[in-house]
Design a protein around this ligand. Structure first.
Ligand code: ZN
Length: 442
């Protein structure tokens, strides 16, 4: 691809300066959006498309193999209806290395076998197990990082208290409800190690998948605090996603086997990150002078108080990103700008984690209308406007210009609100992947 930058030096400096300031004042720009995948699963009208969307979310989830989400955050699209067969296209922030690509192709190969339903067709249970083993092996770094949260000092206290409650309840015969029986596995689950291997881990991930989709209400009613569920619960939710992902993928291979007849996995060539030296002309005082000249000193004092720093100017400079990254969602959008004839009929992009505010805005205003329906609305100052083909440069630079103005207006509003002490709640960003609500074999 021959790509150009959709900005000039001054434009990108201004954009990053405003994004950094706004993210420091309020990192979440709106309520996280509700995904349609989490809505009514009994509406048969869009079940076929939903199954493909769940598959894409699942595949993107397993593509993100590292605990460093900024490196392996992934997006996936399904190109169907070609005479040569289906293409499953994947973009990852820093690209897909050969060994991960090889593992992903093996998983897709297993799905092909399942879809072919030949004489050697495994039972659905065997197929699930096979796929889940492969996923655990591929994503061991990330799965291991999730298990590590159970050993954190900040997590241990509430986890041990919960285990004491569970053991008390399970010691009473009258409390033999399915929830307490299920919860009785928590002490063994949190002691698991990735070193025990996929065969040992797989049944526990199936167990974990019940946390989110069967027992979340009762689980959270017993163990959540005023700020929401503790980290050990969200980690169990995240681990359960791997079973849900395997289930969603096997389910699509069985229900829409024609998609897998000659399916191929292709990757988007990664776009490079860029180093970003601090632009001296966009210091905090300068920005405040431009944005809120009437309250400049007052707001500066308020920010020092809010950030608990003696010198807001220095803190602002320290928070400035040094490297900018084109997110996987934007890399995928750029790919289809370069090759519009390959744009998928299903205008859906599966993502390994909820889309950020800027990707969501960019996709929602994109002419191709390929949506990622989940968004945590968080603003990342490290967001790099991805290079684009020269044919779409004007549209992309217009978007960036409009976005900068929009962010400036939002920043002014937030700065003025900060004088009144108004702040929004912080939202989780990493609970993505498929739900279990519509995922079944048959
Ligand atoms: Zn993003």
């Amino acid at each position: 691809m021959d790509l150009v930058k959709p900005y000039n030096a001054n434009g990108i400096k201004r954009f990053v300066a405003i994004t950094t300031l706004l993210s420091l004042v309020n990192p979440v720009q709106a309520k996280p959006s509700v995904r349609s995948l989490d809505k009514d699963p009994t509406d048969g009208g869009w079940l076929q498309c939903r199954a493909q969307e769940k598959f894409l979310d699942s595949f993107a989830l397993i593509c993100s193999t590292s605990k460093k989400g900024s490196e392996t955050a992934s997006a996936a699209c399904l190109e169907t209806g070609r005479s040569t067969g289906t293409v499953l296209r994947v973009a990852r922030n820093l690209g897909v290395p050969p060994d991960d690509l090889c593992s992903l192709k093996k998983i897709l190969g297993s799905l092909k076998v399942i879809a072919a339903r030949g004489s050697s067709m495994p039972t659905p249970e065997d197929a699930m197990r096979d796929i889940l083993f492969k996923i655990i092996d591929l994503d061991r770094d990330k799965i291991n990082a999730l298990f590590q949260t159970f050993t954190k000092k900040s997590v241990k206290e509430s986890l041990n208290q919960a285990i004491a409650v569970i053991q008390r309840n399970n010691s009473r015969a009258e409390n033999g409800s399915s929830f307490w029986q299920w919860a009785g596995t928590i002490p063994a689950f949190v002691k698991l190690s990735i070193a025990q291997g996929p065969q040992k881990m797989a049944p526990y991930l199936e167990w974990a998948s019940c946390a989110r989709w069967r027992y979340s209400k009762v689980l959270e009613s017993h163990f959540s605090g005023p700020t929401g569920p503790p980290e050990w619960i969200t980690s169990i939710y995240k681990l359960g996603r791997y079973y849900a992902a395997a289930n969603a993928m096997v389910s699509l291979a069985l229900k829409q086997s024609e998609l897998f007849v000659s399916i191929e996995l292709e990757t988007v060539e990664p776009l490079a990150r860029e180093s970003f030296p601090f632009p001296q002309e966009h210091g905090l005082r300068t920005l405040l002078k431009e944005l809120v000249p009437e309250h400049q000193e007052q707001i500066l004092a308020r920010l020092e108080n809010m950030w608990n720093k003696e010198d807001a100017e220095v803190h602002f400079k320290n928070q400035f990103p040094q490297v900018l990254t084109p997110h996987a969602e934007m890399q995928m959008a750029r790919f289809y700008e370069s090759y519009p004839h390959l744009a998928p009929r299903l205008r859906y992009m599966g993502t390994s984690k909820k889309a950020c505010y800027l990707c969501n805005e960019a996709l929602n205003t994109h002419p191709l209308k390929i949506v990622a329906e989940k968004c945590h609305q968080k603003l990342y100052p490290t967001w790099l406007p991805a290079p684009c083909p020269s044919s779409t440069r004007k549209r992309n630079s217009d978007f960036l210009w409009k976005m900068t103005r929009q962010l400036e207006r939002m920043t002014v509003q937030e700065l003025r609100s900060s004088l009144r002490g108004v702040r929004r709640q912080f939202a989780l960003d990493s609970t993505a992947g498929p739900s279990l609500t519509m995922t079944s074999y048959m």
